[in-house]
Design a protein around this ligand. Structure first.
Ligand SMILES: Cc1ncc(COP(=O)(O)O)c(C=O)c1O
Length: 375
């Protein structure tokens, strides 16, 4: 059994994927081939944004977003305490400080009340300058943008949507990657839209940001081309082969995979109701279900389930065992006004189960039975 069955997906899309890869091999345009431009066009259309700029991975996409936001020495960047380190990592790299905020008790995404509390605490302290907010659509579940956007506007902060886990999801009729001044995503193979290696993208509606992004991705190139370097940038691009793989996968995601993800999540929700805390997706939101995470009543119960699943050979993961503030790299960062009650509780009790659009009901029942047996 696979945690995310990429082999089943490949079997379903093999003809298109193989033909697309062959086309790239025949053309030998391994960098910057026409498939990259076509993918950027289709991605922008899919999420309803003016610009999409692909890059080497989701971590680079975030680093580029931080650079565009102008994050530097003495700045505070507000991030949820429960995320993957890529969301927060560039702050320290650029001499800024990540100020962690708690997650909500139900959606596990950035808590707007905690965000505002932390912004005010930073302002009151006076050492750091509030600069940007990274709103992470964690596990595929969109953030509460109706609450977060006005807070960013009120304090003049750049909003970055980290949609690495939520490509395909939506919030009140708008697709994930459509929020914030800049949105980023990842095409890591296990993501809802994954390639066969590393890949990522930046989205924006702003022409100036898009130009800046294209420049940063190619060593800070200027109007005169790649040897006209006008700023410090990076070498971050999506290979043509990865674009060729992503084109049929994007179509499949829109045609049926997102629907299938809802079906799989629905079956889990039904089975675990009353036994575990099942994921909450707010009215008007559609999760991309990057992960299906349940909360056990306590850590001991969670660990008992993990041990039983291991015995049965059923893959499972803990996303994430440690909130950001408790990671060794961030242990000395100031907590300001937050004690991270929800993030601590979530990390202590969470468990993620196999989740992908090719998970058949019979195989899923084996997982469900094993989880319930463990109780
Ligand atoms: C929330 C989040 N942001 C960013 C990233 C970084 O993406 P990548 O692995 O493509 O660098 C990930 C990857 O796991 C992620 O989960």
């Amino acid at each position: 059994m696979q945690f995310i069955d990429l082999k089943a997906q490949y079997r379903a899309l093999k003809t298109e994927i193989n033909a697309n890869i062959q086309q790239v091999l025949d053309s030998a345009q391994f960098i910057g081939g026409p498939q990259v431009k076509e993918l950027e066009k289709q991605l922008a259309e899919f999420v309803g944004r003016k610009h999409c700029i692909t890059c080497a991975n989701g971590t680079d996409a975030l680093q580029i977003a931080y650079m565009i936001a102008g994050v530097g020495e003495g700045d505070a960047v507000f991030c949820p305490d429960m995320t993957f380190i890529s969301s927060t990592e560039p702050a320290k790299m650029f001499g800024a400080t990540s100020v962690f905020c708690d997650i909500t008790r139900d959606t596990y995404t950035l808590c707007p009340e905690s965000l505002e509390k932390q912004i005010q605490a930073v302002l009151a302290d006076g050492t750091l300058k509030p600069k940007a907010v990274v709103a992470v659509d964690i596990l595929g579940n969109p953030c509460d943008f109706d609450a977060i956007v006005p807070i960013c506007e009120k304090y003049g902060l750049t909003l970055i949507e980290d949609a690495a886990q939520s490509f395909g999801g939506s919030y009140k009729g708008r697709k994930c990657c459509a929020f914030g001044d800049i949105a980023t995503t990842s095409f890591f193979p296990a993501k809802p839209l994954g390639c066969y290696g590393d890949g990522g993208a930046v989205f924006t509606d702003d022409d100036t940001i898009a130009d800046l992004c294209r420049s940063i991705c190619v060593h800070g190139k200027g109007p005169g081309g790649k040897y006209d370097n006008i700023r410090v940038g990076m070498n971050s691009r999506l290979d043509t082969i990865q674009a060729a793989v992503l084109l049929p996968k994007l179509k499949a995601l829109g045609d049926y995979e997102m629907d299938e993800r809802q079906v799989v999540a629905g079956r889990y929700n039904e089975a675990f109701k009353g036994h575990f805390v099942t994921p909450f997706v707010a009215e008007g939101s559609v999760s991309a279900w990057a992960q299906y995470a349940i909360l056990a009543k306590d850590t001991a119960t969670r660990d008992k389930v993990i041990a039983h699943l291991k015995e049965k050979g059923i893959p499972n993961m803990v996303y994430y065992p440690t909130p950001q503030h408790a990671l060794p790299v961030f242990r000395c960062e100031p907590h300001f006004a937050e004690s991270f009650e929800n993030a601590n509780d979530y990390c202590a009790r969470t468990l993620s189960l196999p989740m992908h659009p090719y998970l058949e009901a019979e195989e899923q029942q084996i997982i469900i039975d094993a989880v319930l047996e463990a109780l």
